[in-house]
Design a protein around this ligand. Structure first.
Ligand code: 21W
Length: 237
């Protein structure tokens, strides 16, 4: 899958995508992420990309010309199915389910706004969908775009060492994960649960499932209710 991140801060985004698991996946050729500088597309002699809002109000608004030309330029190189997404506080909040749906495209073009927002006509002309990172206020769409890339990229073949890593994990089945432990067996008097040290595999599976259910019920009753509506009893696998 190919991602194009359209931003005024390409060097900030580039550093995020060069580190850790995503960086390794890119080097290994499993992931194609391009950061495109919207400012490179401005036709203004002072390289301006924003202006004051019509009708008054504080702050600056991203202008149409650089953003629209940038999107069209990137779209023109595109092969296969493409989705243009504007990261926006007004979008639908990103979920694991939404991320899975986005996997069906060959290319995602992610537009990051900054300042007080972008000219509405950019959305009207070129944007297919708006997505938010959650109900809190940030300074721009860059971090939400990084979240989206991270979340969708790790579902692609070759990015994680083990496919099960994401198919079996937290939130994929709508539940939180069981607690995890590693060495040493006792730390400051706290012991690793006996079943994980001595139990058989079937017992350990059962324990993990019970822990996942108990934790979800206690820490995220909203998720628990979604997974088991109206007191549906979960099946013990
Ligand atoms: C924050 C832009 C507030 C605009 C109209 C009239 C992208 C984001 C962002 C930002 C405003 C996301 C106004 C979660 C976020 C983002 C920057 C409002 C005032 N508009 N997900 N007056 N939170 N944030 N501007 O902030 O661009 S996805």
């Amino acid at each position: 899958m190919r991602f194009d991140v359209l931003t005024l801060f390409p060097e900030m985004m580039e550093s995020i995508f060069s580190a850790s698991i995503l960086g390794r996946a890119r080097t290994a050729g499993f992931l194609d992420v391009h950061c495109v500088d919207i400012r490179d597309f401005t036709k203004d002699k002072h390289r301006k990309v924003d202006d004051t809002p019509y009708g008054g109000g504080y702050g600056m608004v991203m202008t149409c010309q650089p953003a629209v030309d940038c999107i069209r330029h990137v779209k023109a190189q595109a092969e296969g199915t493409t989705r243009v997404i504007y990261l926006s506080p007004q979008g639908k909040v990103l979920t694991q389910q939404k991320a899975k749906e986005l996997c069906s495209y060959d290319r995602l073009i992610l537009l990051c706004g900054h300042y007080e927002g972008i000219d509405e006509r950019i959305i009207e002309l070129e944007v297919d969908e708006e997505i938010s990172a959650g109900d809190y206020v940030l300074t721009g769409g860059e971090l939400p775009a990084a979240i989206l890339v991270d979340c969708v990229a790790r579902m692609q073949d070759g990015v994680l060492a083990n496919r099960e890593c994401y198919e079996k994990e937290s939130l994929s089945d709508g539940l939180l994960e069981h607690p995890q432990y590693t060495k040493p067996r006792v730390f400051e008097g706290l012991e690793v649960p006996e079943v994980l040290v001595n139990g058989n595999h079937a017992l350990q599976e059962k324990w993990r499932r019970e822990q996942a259910l108990e934790r979800t019920k206690r820490k995220r009753p909203d998720l628990y209710e979604k997974a088991f509506p109206e007191g549906d009893t979960p099946t013990q696998k």
